[in-house]
Ligand binder design. Sequence first.
Ligand SMILES: [Zn+2]
Ligand SMILES: [Zn+2]
Length: 243
Amino acid sequence: MLRVFLSDLHVHTCLSPCGDLEMSPRKITEEARRKGIAILGVCDHNSAENAPALLQAGLERGVVMIPGLEVTSREEVHILALFDRVEAAFALQQTVYDHLPGENDEEAFGLQVVVNALDEVTGFNSRLLIGATTLSLDRVVGFIHELEGLAIASHVDREAHGLIGQLGMIPEDLDLDALEVSPRTRLEGARARLPARIPLLTASDAHYLGDIGAATTKFLLQEGTVGEIRQALRGQNGRRLIH
Ligand SMILES: [Zn+2]
Ligand SMILES: [Zn+2]
């Protein structure tokens, strides 16, 4: 049976250097549940290391956590990658790590905290997660699709690290599954300025607990999976976006 799933597909954790240290598995999950969010995308910059902890915390509290990454392409464009399997997220992470130069400067950018499902610190990531990979946009999207993930251009209405802000346009041949509009822009306003061929959704890009759910997307799905969301974006089998 199809039912409505409220989703926020773009949320950072304390692993992102710019993410608040309060963005821990338990706190994120509790905030999402309190706000009625059924599906939450875990998308740290260039890493999925906190995804297993979030998945576990979500299982315990009835929130579907989707493992993902927000990859920075060499053009400095942010692309969300969402997967059904954490193994796929880690496979993309490995490719990203192989193409991500530099080390984090904790003073300048912030701590990159790896945690378990009990909100306990298990380590610190030393890579320059805030940096750009040497992977082209095409290759990032290609890798995501090879791993059966969804490739969504992040915050296309934002100048910094948005597809249009960085490139001035949306390349015709870039095979994106959706465009994400940030909470600052109303979807109706954005739609007129964006190509009709690519579905639009909104998400919070939360870096702080209070921002979770600041923008959400409703889907009509049978269950909360990336496979179901893909069908909804394509309008297949009764699955759809509800605007
Ligand atoms: Zn971003
Ligand atoms: Zn983000």
